[in-house]
Design a protein around this ligand. Structure first.
Ligand SMILES: C[S@@+](CC[C@H](N)C(=O)[O-])C[C@H]1O[C@@H](n2cnc3c(N)ncnc32)[C@H](O)[C@@H]1O
Length: 321
């Protein structure tokens, strides 16, 4: 089957509305909001035919929003967080936390669901459970064989494959659990992202500056690699490429690199110490402003440089060969 190169469709009002739904959830990290919104836009060309599985679903908010769900302004992912004091220097994951009070205020339910969600972190699965969007949730480490029969799923989605260190095993397992004629939807970051930083200016900025900006994120991605290596991995696992959709350019990645990452724990602490009324007022103004600021970035082809460059993230649609 010859692979096609697609460009995500860009219906402006639809993508603006999508960005706003992502901003509502991720407002204190606007650079993540636009990235996830573009990821969802690329994914929008594909259906999640059941039985479907979402590997490394996290708290499920991305897939819930992707499927058309929406939350009240009262909800965002920054309310149920922990270890804020350890985020900066110990690289703790503030989202790996939950409590009995976690109850996302849903105003719009997606009109489809996903059969199974998996993740390494039990707290994330508890959060995903609160969405009632997955029929079942399974704690699973992608570096180990999956507890599913051969050819169990028609759709296998994963946007976190490069977090696994045993990537050959993960790819083989993905191929094994996918039905013949089924689809694997993989959003993968590419190695080029390492270059879309200020690292080249270390002599002026200093290592500490780069560390504060970087916060160890590249080190969390042991299987980050170039496009050719991803293609070889798919082939070795017996997966054929049906389509390839680049959706994050070098300019997106440069903007994301700086973003609000270093001050996010402080912003979260500040926002969570406001009265609910003041938090809501500021959040709505913040989202209005960011919606305008991010509007030009909100398309897969946005790039301020004239020459060609590798994308930073690509959506692959694969099928068992
Ligand atoms: C960036 S988050 C993405 C979560 C979700 N898919 C989303 O789009 O919001 C990466 C997720 O991968 C999970 N993860 C990291 N290492 C993993 C592993 N070895 N096995 C399974 N999940 C893992 C983390 O717990 C986290 O939920």
């Amino acid at each position: 089957m010859p692979a096609t190169i697609s460009t995500p469709t860009n219906d402006t009002s639809k993508s603006a509305a999508r960005l706003r739904r992502f901003l509502n959830c991720y407002w204190l990290r606007p650079e993540n909001a636009f990235w996830m919104s573009l990821r969802s836009q690329a994914l929008g060309a594909h259906s999640f035919e059941g039985p479907a599985i979402d590997l490394s679903c996290g708290d499920g908010v991305f897939s819930f929003l992707h499927a058309g769900g929406d939350f009240d302004c009262e909800f965002d992912v920054f309310q149920e967080v922990g270890s804020l004091d350890l985020v900066r220097d110990a690289f703790a994951d503030m989202f790996d936390h939950t409590s009995d009070y976690y109850g996302p205020q849903i105003v719009e339910r997606p009109n489809w669901k996903i059969d199974i969600g998996t993740d390494l972190k039990p707290n994330m699965l508890l959060k995903a459970c609160a969405l009632d969007f997955y029929d079942s949730l399974v704690e699973h480490d992608n570096n180990t064989p999956m507890p599913f029969e051969n050819e169990s799923f028609k759709t296998v989605h994963c946007n976190s494959a490069y977090w696994a260190s045993n990537i050959e095993l993960l790819m083989g397992e993905i191929a094994r659990i996918t039905q013949k004629g089924g689809r694997v939807l993989l959003s993968v970051k590419l190695d080029a992202i390492r270059e879309y930083t200020q690292n080249a200016h270390k002599a002026i900025l200093g290592q500490r500056w780069l560390d504060i900006i970087g916060r160890g994120r590249i080190e969390s991605w042991p299987s980050l690699s170039d496009d050719e290596t991803w293609k070889q991995r798919f082939k070795a696992a017996g997966l054929e490429i049906v389509s390839r959709t680049p959706f994050i350019t070098r300019t997106h990645a440069y903007i994301w690199d700086i973003g609000l990452r270093p001050i996010a724990p402080l912003l979260v602490r500040m926002a969570n110490n406001l009265t609910p009324e003041t938090r809501r007022e500021i959040k709505l103004d913040w989202i209005d402003l960011l919606e305008e600021l991010l509007a030009p970035l909100n398309q897969a082809s946005f790039d301020l440089c004239a020459d060609e460059a590798e994308p930073a993230e690509v959506l692959y649609e694969l099928t068992p060969a």
